[in-house]
Write a protein that binds this ligand. Structure first.
Ligand SMILES: [Zn+2]
Ligand SMILES: [Zn+2]
Ligand SMILES: [Zn+2]
Length: 190
């Protein structure tokens, strides 16, 4: 925990998964990255959005972000938006044939025999996003969330956040901000 900008930071993490982060570091070309900042109070949310975040010698603008904007997929039930560590499905669903057995060990290799556990359609495996209606609907939900959060961010800049937050975020304990590759941050509640 630190006290930068007089805002109490609960946690800072990279937006990326470990593998992507390693790839970025190895390539050595990317000079900007996204970080997620979590704070606990509404006051700190407002301050971070309005003032940005001083990170070392860097000043980073911030915007609201939500954990649902991560494109994560569960390796047990193959739904989008959660991971296997918090999955509450009754049993494993196969990512290759959509039957109720673990994906590992499934003999189906050929796309012609595949069935997606997400959208239940034949012809693709559960992780093949391009042809999957379940993924497309998840991604549309993400875009709607992102639009909503961008508008909420703008409202904070306009000083209109007070009433909204009283209604919407009463029980919220953590707020997340993201500093974008484009130089912006997103925020979210967990
Ligand atoms: Zn699951
Ligand atoms: Zn299977
Ligand atoms: Zn599908």
């Amino acid at each position: 925990m630190s006290n930068q900008n007089a805002v109490k930071i609960e946690r800072i993490s990279w937006l990326y998964k470990k593998e992507k982060l390693a790839a970025i570091r190895n390539a050595g070309s990317q000079t900007k990255g996204s970080i997620i900042i979590e704070v606990a109070t509404e006051t700190d949310v407002t301050r971070l959005i309005k003032d940005g975040f001083l990170y070392g010698a860097l000043w980073l603008p911030a915007k609201l972000w939500d954990v649902t904007l991560r494109a994560i997929q569960c390796f047990r039930c193959w739904k989008w938006g959660h991971t296997q560590s918090v999955c509450n499905a009754d049993s494993d669903t196969c990512g290759r044939c959509a039957k109720h057995h673990p994906t590992r060990g499934c003999i189906i290799q050929d796309l012609q025999e595949a069935r997606c556990a997400g959208c239940k359609k034949p012809g693709h495996f559960a992780w093949m996003t391009r042809s999957c209606a379940a993924y497309k609907s998840f991604a549309a939900g993400q875009r709607a969330t992102e639009n909503r959060l961008n508008e909420a961010t703008l409202a904070v800049h306009r000083g209109q956040n007070q009433n909204q937050n009283q209604n919407q975020n009463q029980n919220v304990t953590t707020h997340q901000f993201r500093h974008d590759d484009d130089g912006y941050i997103v925020i979210g509640n967990t």
